[in-house]
Design a protein around this ligand. Structure first.
Ligand code: ZN
Length: 435
């Protein structure tokens, strides 16, 4: 169900350390900063034979890393942002036996959605070792999400909140807002409820409605339908059944790499929107393993939310609930209407014959550490009530698109953006009432 892998991922063969430690080794130490401040980062060291060592900067000492590597030549890559922040640092190094190489790495953001547009990102579906099928230690889940340059960190394990306390403590030590969730299973359906202050326990005979009530009682502002278009465990298969309950808030339209289930989720969400059911579109990685990039990668896709002033988990969640969000595999989009006064999630009331003027600023940054050439935008669409109103052909890294329209009746508009490698983004709708 996953599509072709990126170059760096194909090369990502993790060596068993037993086989390499018989060779003479040397050390590399790194001090990594982002825009001048010590920062979490991903480190890849690839030898001449294509073997790749994966590491992250230290949990305790922010931005510091010490790697022990076999004596060899390497291409060293230090990445922050997984293609959402700017170019990674790359350098050829030779690790001499018994010696230490010291490196200072100063990374810069090429573009900051937070600074420029007040959009802050999180990955609203992320597993740790608290999940039976999770391989990312709870504390490291904070490091890896920060290395992906997510502004808020998020935890959602299967049927447990056992990781919450340590996760929150780790995030607080880094001064990063944290959102605590749990992936709850119902007959045909997986749900991330957040924020949670208690556990929602699994019982196979409970209905979705029971679970929604239990999650609300634990403080949940948002109940998110995870991969609802999935053919194996997607909630939308229950549509039309008596057990189907509409009491959720968000729909995951991207879950890991884009597939048919995601396309189905989008199709159904458009139907909901046409019925006036204003669910929020979100997109998340559903990653389980920080050392394996073959399928999912923390922070890709991710959801950006517009928050004014200082960001807290509460403010971010409230803004998401009001629909001020877009979700993306890479392209960034600032969608507004009426000269910037109207944002996604807002409702504009027009008199009959009155125009709405739509505008979107678009941008895409290099995708991942293996990509030398900058990627570009390929196209953008303005979608009205589920149908493409206009397609724009694009070829640059940045673009601005505008369109005016005279809706004759209640309508919604969104922007879809596609980059030249197929990575896409969807905004949430701007809603229009016509008097
Ligand atoms: Zn999951």
């Amino acid at each position: 169900m996953k599509r072709a892998l990126s170059l760096v991922v194909m090369l990502a063969l993790v060596l068993s350390s037993a086989s390499v430690l018989t060779q003479p080794t040397g050390q590399v130490t790194l001090r990594v900063t982002l825009d001048g401040q010590p920062a979490d980062a991903l480190i890849l060291a690839q030898d001449r034979f294509g073997k790749l060592f994966i590491a992250y900067t230290d949990l305790k000492e922010l931005g510091f890393a010490r790697l022990t590597l076999p004596q060899e030549r390497y291409t060293l890559i230090v990445d922050r942002g997984a293609g959402f922040t700017g170019k990674p640092f790359t350098q050829e190094i030779t690790v001499p036996a018994g010696k230490t190489i010291e490196l200072t790495v100063s990374l810069q953001r090429a573009f900051s959605p937070a600074k420029e547009w007040s959009y802050y990102s999180a990955d609203l579906h992320a597993h740790s070792t608290a999940s039976l099928d999770g391989h990312t230690p709870i504390e490291q889940l904070v490091v890896v999400q920060r290395a992906a340059d997510l502004d808020l960190v998020f935890i959602s394990d299967h049927e447990t909140i056992a990781g919450h306390e340590l996760f929150l403590k780790t995030a607080q030590a880094r001064g990063v807002p944290a959102i605590l969730s749990e992936e709850i299973t119902t007959p045909l359906g997986h749900w991330n409820a957040y924020p949670l202050n208690c556990a929602v326990t699994y019982a196979p005979n409970k209905t979705p409605k029971d679970y929604f009530a239990a999650a609300r009682a634990c403080g949940a502002q948002i109940i998110q339908a995870n991969h609802p278009g999935s053919s194996s465990d997607g909630y939308f298969a229950l549509l039309g059944a008596e057990i189907f309950d509409y009491g959720f808030d968000a729909v995951e339209i991207f879950n890991g790499e884009f597939d048919q289930g995601d396309a189905k989720a989008i199709e159904q969400l458009f139907k909901f929107w046409n019925e006036g059911r204003r669910y929020i579109a979100v997109g998340n990685s559903d990653d389980h393993d920080w050392m394996d990039f073959r399928f999912e990668r923390y922070g890709r896709p991710r959801t950006f939310v517009r928050v004014e002033g200082e960001v807290t988990a509460e403010k971010w969640i409230a803004a998401l609930k009001s629909g001020r969000a877009f979700t993306t595999y890479g392209p960034l989009v600032n969608f507004t209407a009426q000269d910037g006064k109207v944002l996604p999630g807002d409702t504009v009331t027009l008199s009959r014959g009155q125009e709405i003027s739509l505008k979107a600023e678009l941008l895409v940054l290099p995708r991942d550490p293996s990509q030398e050439e900058p990627r570009t935008l390929q196209s953008a669409q303005i979608v009205k009530n589920g149908k493409v109103l206009k397609t724009f052909t694009l070829s640059e890294e940045r673009a601005v698109i505008t369109l005016t329209d005279k809706p004759a009746e209640r309508s919604w508009y969104l922007v879809r953006v596609v980059a030249d490698d197929g990575d896409q983004a969807y905004t949430n709708p701007i809603w229009v009432e016509v008097q």
